[in-house]
Each structure stands twice: as C-alpha cells, then as structure tokens.
Design a protein around this ligand. Structure first.
Ligand SMILES: Cc1ncc(COP(=O)(O)O)c(C=O)c1O
Length: 468
C-alpha cells in the first residue's frame, strides 16, 4: 500500500471539500454522499474518505449525526466567505442533467485496451496506409453483423460507410442534398445548425405522442430526417402506420429518409429489435408492443441509416456509421473521400475487435441496467415528490421529459439554474420555424451524474419544480 500517496489524496480531498463549502458549492444542510460511493467515484480507499469527513467534522465544517449521515454545517460558508464585496461569483452548474450524455466514468477502459492491443497486434501492414474512405473492412463486417442482429438493419459490409459520428454523416449528406429537407419539429439544435450552415432551411414536421406526423411531409421535400426508434427529445417510438407513411412518401416522391438511430440499444420495456420482421402497413393495437427495430429494414433503397458510438460508448470516440442504399454508395463514398477522409484506422480496428469479441454486447447490457436503475430512481422520486407532473419518454434512452404547466417553463429553468442544475426545457429543441401549439417541459438527462452526486442532483431537481 502506498501510504504517502493515499495520505496526500486524503488531504487533497479535505481541501477540496473545504473550498466547496467556502464557495457555497456545498450549501449548508447538504447531505454528503456515503463514503463508499464517493470513494468509488474518486478511486480512493473508503477509509481515506471517512478520514477526510472526520477531519471536517472536527473543524466544524460538517456535522455528523447518527441516522442522518454527514451534512454541511449551517452558516459556515457565510462565516468563511471573504469579507471584501466581490459579489456573487458566477457558478458552474453542480449537476449535469443535460439530455443524452452517457456516463463518462463508465467507459470500458480495460476491455477497450484489450481490444486495442489485439487490434494493433493483428493489423495487416496495409492498415497503416492511407485507407479507404468507406472505413476499415474489419469494422464494416463487424457492424453489418451487429446491426442486423440487434437492430434488424438489412445490409452487408459493402453498404456501410464509417464516419466520425452522426453529425459528420449529416454534414456529408447535407453537402450531397443541399435542398428541400424536412425535419421533426423537435430535434437537436446542433443538427438544425448543421443544415443551416449548408444553406438548408428545412420544413419542420409536427411531432405528437406517436412521433412525427409523417403523413404531413410536404411532397416537395427530398430528404426527411427522422428519429423513428426514439423521437428526440420527446421519447416516443414512431407508430407503425407513420413508419409506413414515411416509406410511402419516399417511394412515391423519390425522396430519401435519413434515420438517426442514436440510442437504439437503450430500451427498457422490450427488445430493441422485433424477432419477426413486421410488415409495411401492419398496424398494432397496443403502443406497448410496437417494434422498435430500424426503419431501414422496410426499404433499404429509400432509407439511409445512421448509428453512433456516442451513446453506447463515448461521444469523444467520434465513431459512427452509415448504411447507405446501394444506389447511393458511389456518390457517398466519393464525397467522403473528397471532403473528409476517415476516422483513425486504429480506433476502427479496435471497435471491430470490441464488437467481434462480444465486449460491446457486454458493455451495452451493463449500461442498459445501470441507466435503467437511474431511470427508475428518477421516476420513483418524481412519483413521490411531484405526482402532479406527468412524465413521458421513459421507455428508452438517457433522458425523460417532464411535462410542466403551460407557461411555466422559463421560470422552472431559472429556478433549476439557481439550484445548480444544467438542463434544458423542451422549447430549446423546437425548430425555430415550427408552427402550432407547443408544450412546456423539462428534458432531464440521467446518465451523467456520478453515483455520489446522484441523490443530490435529485434533491436539487425536486426543489426546482413547481408546487401543485
Ligand atoms: C438526436 C441525436 N442524434 C445523434 C446523436 C449523436 O451524435 P454524434 O454521433 O455526432 O455524437 C446525438 C448525440 O447527442 C443526438 O442527441
């Protein structure tokens, strides 16, 4: 055991806790996380955390009482604050509840390192050459198998193009199809910005609790961007009849659907892919049993499917994939090679090995359980403390939507900011050209906070919500 190093880290922790109290980031009365949880988050021994807490109790910063744990002492921050009139310092939010971010602490470093070593050792010499704009064949093979098995995508490796995330794929498609796009009225502003930068002013298609109203796509549109498995951010799956209507629109107009399957792996209510491919036009009575496999399976000639490792692994990897209709492969490959070469060969080979070895499946399974527990905590806490607010979009993904009384969203967002929460309201995701009624709501991400901060984040959220 490295005693001096452990001791130094305990001292650093005590110091960090003192300055958090002094600055008000840890407010009087805040309950500290249990030793075990904080120790796990920081990679410290449990005793080191217990010792740091004991030190701060002894100094009067914290109080410890049987049954109520360790808390920040009341009034101590004000007493310790510098007396000069510096005014309130702008604060960084303490709790990141922004939608859709995976837990960065859960990146599978060990298994990824194993795959990277194997990939490097087994890489053929030509892999270190300039490469193919479509991506490494090993990864395209692994993805073809994975996507057909888990998402019902109909493809072979020959129709896959590796890209550096969904945003990169969207930018490329915008350059190829510079006119007449339709998008869901709610979506990621960053993606709207990508289209805007390409000079595209899309037509927003209304979204309701069954997803985008695909029967209302204007006939003049040439390209339709959809999130069929899990509408972003409202959280519903696209109704089968609306899937059929989207494909029908594409067939009858020669249009193309861009399917953004950003978090298809994280479903909590049913299997991500239906074992029996369901038929175009089939209607199912119960929303509970809607299949949520890829829309691409309905018509691989009219749908370009995009997936990403940003939710399942990490956005920092910048790895994504496109499944391209055969008739467009040449054009997409040429554009990829011309504008924006490829992702790192070594990362591609590593992901191929990660998928092939089963490590990707294991990681997704583990994270699905972890996020599901988080989702359950959040929904249970809302049911107990805010039963007057309706929760939706709970069946999948890394965020939920909390509906708010009409007109209250701006106030609730301000109140959330005062509680140290970073999150967005539903209106943030509404396309600026969307028309018609819009609902007030909060989009609450639950993937990012560490275990030790999670209960504090929930407390802060409950304090920010409007009373019945
Ligand atoms: C709706 C949506 N699509 C796609 C993505 C993935 O984007 P990328 O692969 O560019 O990281 C995200 C990630 O935040 C998202 O929210």
């Amino acid at each position: 055991m490295d005693l001096p190093a452990e001791g130094a880290r305990r001292t650093a922790l005590a110091q960090a806790l003192r300055s958090a109290v002094r600055s008000g980031r840890l407010a009087g009365g805040t309950r500290l996380p249990p030793y075990r949880a904080l120790a796990a988050d920081l990679g410290l021994a449990r005793n080191a955390v217990a010792d740091a807490y004991a030190e701060l109790v002894a100094e009067g910063w914290f109080t410890a009482r049987q049954g109520s744990g360790t808390r920040v002492a009341e009034g101590v921050a004000a007493a310790a604050a510098p007396s000069a009139g510096a005014g309130p310092a702008p604060e960084r939010p303490r709790h990141d509840l922004l939608q859709g971010k995976p837990d960065p602490a859960s990146f599978p470093r060990g298994p990824w390192a194993t795959s990277a070593r194997r990939a490097l050792a087994g890489a053929p010499t030509e892999a270190f050459g300039p490469g193919d704009p479509r991506g490494r064949p090993e990864l395209r093979r692994a993805l073809a198998g994975y996507l057909s098995r888990t998402r019902g995508v109909r493809t072979g490796p020959e129709n896959i193009v590796v890209c550096s995330g969904f945003a990169n794929g969207l930018r490329l498609l915008a350059s190829l199809r510079p006119r007449d796009w339709a998008v869901e009225a709610y979506g990621l502003p960053f993606h709207h910005g990508i289209l805007d930068a390409a000079g595209i002013r899309p037509h927003p298609v209304a979204v309701d609790e069954d997803g985008a109203r695909t029967g209302e796509v204007p006939a003049r549109a040439r390209t339709l961007l959809l999130t069929p498995a899990h509408q972003f951010p409202t959280g519903c799956a696209l109704l089968p009849a609306r899937r059929a209507a989207a494909v029908e629109w594409a067939r009858s107009t020669g249009g193309l659907i861009v399917e953004d399957d950003y978090d298809g792996e994280f479903r909590y209510d049913r299997k991500p892919v239906d074992p029996t491919p369901w038929q175009l036009g089939e209607r199912r009575n119960s929303r509970q049993r809607l299949p949520v496999g890829a829309l691409q399976a309905l018509d691989p000639d009219r749908v370009i499917y995009l997936g990403t490792a940003s939710k399942s692994l990490a956005p920092g990897l910048r790895l994504g994939w496109m499944v391209v209709p055969p008739g467009l492969m040449e054009e997409v490959t040429a554009a990829k090679g011309f504008g924006d070469w490829a992702s790192s060969t070594l990362d591609q080979l590593t992901l191929a090995e990660f998928i092939r070895s089963g490590a990707y499946d294991r990681h997704v399974r583990k994270m699905r359980l972890q996020y599901q527990r988080r989702r359950n905590d959040l929904v249970a806490r809302l049911a107990a403390d805010a039963p007057h607010l309706r929760v939706s979009g709970v069946a999948a993904g890394l965020h939920i939507v909390l509906e708010l009384p009409p007109g209250t969203e701006p106030d609730v967002i301000r109140s959330a900011a005062r509680q140290g929460l970073a999150l967005h309201g539903l209106s943030y995701f509404r396309h600026p050209d969307a028309v018609g009624p819009h609902a007030d709501g909060l989009v609450v991400g639950y993937g990012t906070p560490t275990d030790s901060l999670w209960s504090g984040a929930l407390d802060a959220l409950m304090r920010a919500l409007p009373a019945p």
